[in-house]
Ligand binder design. Structure first.
Ligand code: GMT
Length: 377
């Protein structure tokens, strides 16, 4: 049996799929027996209560008066190095290239080559930030200097290589869900609070940023609702929310659309839906589509980024070109009119989530990468 490791993890603790994946991975590794040290400015929101083998190290930022912007990145790099030395860390696993991979690079300079750095690329760190000339060279350096780099989809890997002219190996490690949390829940009672028995439920969950094309969600819904009485449930918060509320009012759909805000128990919430809508412009993976899949809910969305690697067209959902809301609405209507197809799709969703994206499978892939960079294969 391989020895247990001491692993430092840094992620954005308070938002996004990358923070969720990093935290859930840390919890699983700790459960298995590894010692996990989260290094960040606050406790990761998915960490929950006490966990054996997990220690949280808070980064404190100097607010000395000469600084116009407090230098979080430098304090994080220093804290990483301090924790690595004091705890004798084997690995620093950082999620999201900016600034975390850069900070890990600096920490390694302070600690020495015994500390191995694994960087996981999540999406907008490459698809948005690496296109920015003010960050591009720094991101390339951090990627090239990491001991291993992983990408959450093949498409993101392709884009990383293309945009940054990367020649080193990148490992493909898809995101995962914990099947003990994500499984079909009985949400009938909650569903009845929003939808009448003859109404269908479409759902969209996101951070309401422009890349999510939330306007398309409303357009898809309105076309579906013309043919099949339905409700649209929005979950989450973000900058495009006011615009969407205005659009819904203008289209006279207020009685049919409900805003649930941020929710903790996503598995329960998703289980209220018949279909998840994900018509994003960019999506390196689309964790929410996997969360839905694990609850037996198919996705209708766009052919963008890594979505087609996750949602298999015709089996666990349907995909159309970005912006083609008519096609997406047509797919929804034909699914909702065909209970037999919905049943087959539900089974396919459960099987695919279990077989291809289980937490055990993906955690083992990360462990193999850790042992490989430590030359302990
Ligand atoms: O930029 C975002 O949308 C947030 C970002 C994050 O840090 O959570 O999401 C990215 O990482 C997720 C986890 O790997 C992926 O599921 C999302 O598809 C990806 N977002 C984009 O590519 C837009």
């Amino acid at each position: 049996m391989e020895p247990f490791l001491k692993i430092g993890i840094t992620c954005y603790p308070s938002l996004g799929g990358s923070g969720v994946v990093a935290t859930e991975l840390g919890k699983l590794l700790a459960e298995k027996g590894h010692e996990v040290h989260f290094i960040s400015h606050s406790v990761p929101f998915r960490l929950g209560s006490f966990h054996k083998n997990i220690i949280y190290h808070e980064v404190e930022v100097s607010d000395y008066y000469v600084f116009r912007y407090p230098p979080y990145d430098l304090s994080l790099a220093t804290k990483m190095a301090q924790v690595a030395k004091a705890q004798n860390l084997d690995i620093l696993h950082v999620h999201y290239a900016v600034p975390h991979a850069v900070c890990a690079f600096l920490a390694k300079q302070m600690v020495g080559d015994n500390l191995k750095v694994v960087t996981t690329l999540h999406g907008t760190d490459i698809t948005v930030l690496a296109q920015d000339e003010s960050l591009k060279d720094l991101i390339r350096l951090a990627i090239n200097e990491s001991d291993a780099v992983t990408s959450v989809s093949r498409d993101l890997m392709r884009e990383t290589i293309e945009v940054l002219d990367i020649t080193r190996d990148i490992d493909l490690t898809y995101n995962f869900v914990d099947q003990r949390i994500y499984y079909p829940r009985n949400a009938q009672k909650c569903r009845e609070d929003f939808a009448k028995p003859d109404e269908k439920v479409l759902m969209h969950i996101s951070n309401f940023r422009p890349v999510k094309r939330v306007g398309d969600v409303v357009d898809i819904f309105s076309q579906v609702n013309e043919k099949i009485p339905s409700r649209l449930l929005f979950v989450g918060e973000g900058p495009d929310l006011p615009k969407i509320q205005w659009k819904i009012k203008e289209m006279g759909l207020e009685d049919k659309v409900h805003f649930l805000g941020k929710q903790d128990d996503i598995a329960h919430v998703i289980s209220m839906a018949d279909i998840l809508l994900l018509p994003s412009e960019k999506e390196s993976f689309g964790l929410v589509a996997l969360e839905a899949m694990a609850c037996g809910i198919p996705t209708v969305g766009s052919i963008a980024g890594g979505i087609p690697e996750l949602v298999s067209h015709g089996e666990t959902g349907f995909l159309a070109p970005i912006g083609d809301t008519r096609q997406m609405a047509d797919y929804c209507v034909s699914m909702l009119n065909n209970p037999k197809l919905m049943k087959v799709m539900k089974e396919a969703c459960l099987a695919r989530a279990r077989n291809d994206f289980s937490s055990g499978r993906i955690m083992s892939q990360y462990e193999s990468i850790y042992y490989r960079v430590l030359n302990r294969e």
